[in-house]
Design a protein around this ligand. Structure first.
Ligand code: G6P
Length: 369
């Protein structure tokens, strides 16, 4: 059993450690020598077809849905087209606004989630073109899509998803760049710059994993707390949702994520000494706004854990703890900033003696509704 886990005590930790390799594998074969993205799986679509979709709709469940939230923001900013993202169980019963002009992305690690598969079939019935982002080769969702771009995460055993999530993000960034190239939305130089930043991500993730001892120290201090909030804006909000999900799934602690600007519309009433508030602050455009949210939390006695880039010191005096990640392009921060969050959830769950790989009541693949 330990051999299967490569010497790690849990599959989750093994899979966290596999992320740099999984990311590198997901890039392989999808970049040209001149630093351009080329996704062979999308080669079957003509330029006119790809540019002709008036709507993009992303559908998924759980962690894959959180990857979809990142992609929504990325696609909209890059392609200047409306992108909707829905949880599959809502989409399938919503009489969705989908037509032959819709490009529908279905994201699923297992490729077998019942709601996601049903959503795919509904979108297909309505005439949408389906491109899926799937990890398990030959799974139902992969087979029923018009095109499938695989994440090269390898088998993921732990119920709580880690390496599948970061590789989903990687594929979605690649798809965004592929579409932007088709539509000639970036100069060659800007495209190549972006590609070089993607290529640097495995090392950035590796360096976060290398600092796990710092996270371990923090986990030891937080393991007896019972209420956790995760706040962020923009891309950081999507990461906050995924970070809170990780903690809930494996530690059975109450964790809730909020768009930081919503703090005053409710959760602020719950902030008091003892409450942990993890604040992600990787987005320069809203950094000052996050800083004022952090001050509001601190003024009410909440314990603030900031997540910032190395070299960022503007939060030093208003936070109780800081977790640092290497500086990356802000759009790409989700791939890196989730890693200390995965480690924090894992190490808190471990301190609390939780089972981790097979949390109570949850399944790796939800194949019944
Ligand atoms: C279950 C798993 C989650 C996963 C979700 C969607 O709830 O425990 O980790 O994110 O299903 O699964 P999928 O295989 O479709 O990505």
């Amino acid at each position: 059993q330990t051999a299967e886990k490569g010497g790690f005590p849990h599959f989750m930790l093994k899979e966290i450690h596999e992320q740099p390799r999984a990311l590198a594998d997901t890039l392989r074969g999808r970049l040209t020598e001149s630093d351009r993205v080329f996704i062979p799986e999308l080669d079957g679509f003509t330029k006119e077809q790809l540019a002709g979709f008036t709507h993009i709709h992303i559908v998924a469940c759980g962690t894959a849905y959180h990857a979809g939230m990142v992609a929504k923001r990325f696609f909209e900013n890059l392609l200047r087209r409306p992108v909707e993202v829905s949880v599959a169980s809502e989409f399938r019963y919503a009489d969705p606004l989908v037509s032959p002009q819709t490009l529908c992305f279905i994201i699923s690690q297992s490729g077998e989630t019942a709601d996601t598969l049903a959503a795919l079939r509904e979108a297909k019935r309505l005439g949408a073109t389906i491109v899926s982002v799937v990890n398990v080769v030959g799974s139902s969702i992969a087979r029923e899509s018009h095109a499938c771009v695989y994440t090269q995460a390898g088998p993921e055993i732990c119920v709580a998803s880690t390496k599948a999530y970061v590789t989903q993000l990687m594929v979605l960034y690649l798809i965004g760049l592929h579409l932007a190239a088709v539509e000639e939305r970036l100069t060659d130089e800007a495209h190549a710059d972006f590609v070089r930043d993607l290529v640097a991500l495995p090392d950035a993730v590796e360096s976060v994993i290398g600092n796990a001892l710092l996270v371990e120290d923090l986990a030891a201090q937080l393991a007896d707390r019972s209420v956790f909030f995760y706040l962020g804006r923009g891309y950081d909000f999507a990461v906050a949702l995924e970070a809170a999900l990780k903690l809930k799934e494996i530690s059975y602690l109450h964790a809730e994520a909020y768009a930081a600007g919503e703090l005053k519309h409710g959760p602020l009433a719950l902030i008091e000494p003892g409450v942990i508030v993890v604040c992600l602050a990787t987005q320069p455009a809203v950094f000052e706004k996050m800083l004022s949210n952090i001050k509001e939390v601190a003024a009410r006695g909440g314990t603030v854990v900031g997540v910032v880039y190395e070299g960022e010191h503007r939060l030093d005096s208003s936070t109780d703890h800081l977790l640092r990640i290497p500086q990356v392009r802000p759009e790409l921060a989700p791939i890196v900033s989730i890693v200390p969050m995965q480690l924090l959830a894992y190490l808190i769950a471990k301190q609390r003696g939780c089972e981790i790989d097979m949390p109570r009541n949850l399944a790796k693949s939800v194949t019944v509704e």
